[in-house]
Design a binder for this molecule. Structure first.
Ligand code: AMP
Length: 387
């Protein structure tokens, strides 16, 4: 069937019309820079400037108008946070939307724009079913020991504090792609999603058993602009000595830290270029970025009693041979052997979405997997409709 997948970020919307029977993209478009004076709609090689000051619902209207003649049979929307309740692909109606709205406080930057887009899409395409796919859902299988923080039970209960994990749509897609590629279902996979946001997930037999993001997408890896793991004592110090309030801490940890805080930019291409020319801040940024990933790989290997596959995905995971190589170094003790030539030559496309770069005798398979949230969302929707 033809499913339209809409994937809203805070300043961008990705979209694709997918033929789910063949897993093919029939059409794809994205809008970037929403909220600035330079919002642009990209459709293939065509780029169109949108009107100044266009907001997210306005951008969604533009996309929907462009898809109408293609007659999608269903629409699926990505929602970052599904809270405790939403653990699978869900058909949307007014009552369910009301419940999802109750979760806005858990993901104030991400859920409200997605809901605004859903309202627009349901108004524009009222005669076809609309579905939601949640980024937290894949991690609903986390065992209690990986899900909880070591805080008093009454505090956790009162404030709803627990780990949820994110990037679940893509980690699930990686798990399925890897299982299909290696023709095996019982694999122990460490999936490294290395985009502007970044997380690592331990996957056993297709189920998430641990993941590096926690109650919010702040925990874990060094990211584009997020700090990832820091001693919570640092926050107390900044609160007490620096007199930073909650909003200032939020801004510091979410927007001014990570690669940007270390190297002045969150563009890994530029960081690699500058490090190559001897820039020490950039060298340190790469060293810290890789160090944190390797720490999680080691931790998850210990948790799962070994690893069969380490998979790299998203912007940096798919495109940076340097980061893949450095993350795979000194892991010979657990059976990892990289093939440098395959790693350097690796190129993923829609027709070639998985590639191997481990050496022939490597006990652990090193794979790169093209991130494809839209395909995963569309397939889940078709399955929910019995296709
Ligand atoms: P994403 O959020 O998945 O779009 O990933 C964004 C990140 O991927 C940014 O840090 C980009 O600099 C990085 N990226 C994209 N292409 C490359 C490349 N060829 N080499 C290194 N990093 C890249």
């Amino acid at each position: 069937m033809r499913v339209l997948a809409l994937n809203c970020g805070s300043s961008s919307v990705k979209s694709a019309l997918i033929d789910t029977a063949h897993g093919r993209r029939l059409q794809e478009m994205h809008v970037e820079n929403i909220g600035s004076d330079h919002a642009r709609l990209h459709a293939g090689n065509e780029v169109r400037e949108l009107r100044q000051g266009i907001d997210l619902p306005g951008a969604v209207d533009e996309l929907l108008a462009a898809y109408r003649s293609a007659a999608p049979e269903a629409v699926v929307h990505r929602i970052v946070h599904g809270g405790e309740k939403f653990r699978e692909t869900l058909r949307l109606d007014d009552a369910v939307l009301g419940e999802i709205e109750q979760l806005n406080h858990l993901a104030p930057l991400h859920n409200p724009p997605a809901l605004a887009a859903i309202h627009r899409a349901r108004a524009a395409l009222p005669d076809i079913p609309h579905f939601a796919e949640f980024d937290t859902a894949f991690h609903s299988t986390l065992p209690a020991h990986a899900r909880e923080y070591a805080l008093p039970a009454d505090v956790r209960r009162r404030f709803g504090i627990r780990r949820f994990g994110f990037h679940g749509i893509n980690h699930a897609h990686v798990a399925r792609s890897v299982a299909g590629y290696l023709k095996s279902d019982g694999l122990r996979i460490v999936s490294c999603h290395l985009g502007n946001g970044a997380s690592v997930t331990a996957i056993e037999g297709g189920r998430s058993v641990d993941t590096s993001m926690g109650m919010t997408p702040l925990e874990g890896l060094v990211m584009g602009t997020r700090a990832g793991d820091v001693d919570p004592g640092v926050l107390l110090q900044l609160r007490r000595e620096g007199h930073l309030d909650a909003d200032e801490l939020d801004d510091l940890l979410n927007k001014r830290s990570g690669l940007k805080g270390l190297a002045g930019t969150n563009d890994m291409r530029e960081i690699e270029r500058r490090a190559g020319a001897g820039d020490q801040d950039c060298e340190l940024a790469i060293a810290m970025y890789v160090h944190r990933i390797r720490k999680y790989i080691g931790a998850y290997a210990a948790e799962m009693g070994g690893v069969d596959v380490i998979a790299f995905t998203a912007g940096i995971g798919e495109h940076s041979a340097l980061i893949r190589r450095r993350c795979s170094e000194r892991l010979e003790f657990m059976g990892v052997a990289l093939d440098a030539a395959s790693n350097d030559a690796l190129k993923l496309t829609n027709d070639n979405p998985v590639a191997i770069f481990s050496a022939a005798g490597s006990r652990v398979h090193l794979l790169a997997v093209r991130a494809d949230e839209e395909l995963a969302m569309a397939r889940a929707t078709a399955a929910a409709l019995g296709h």
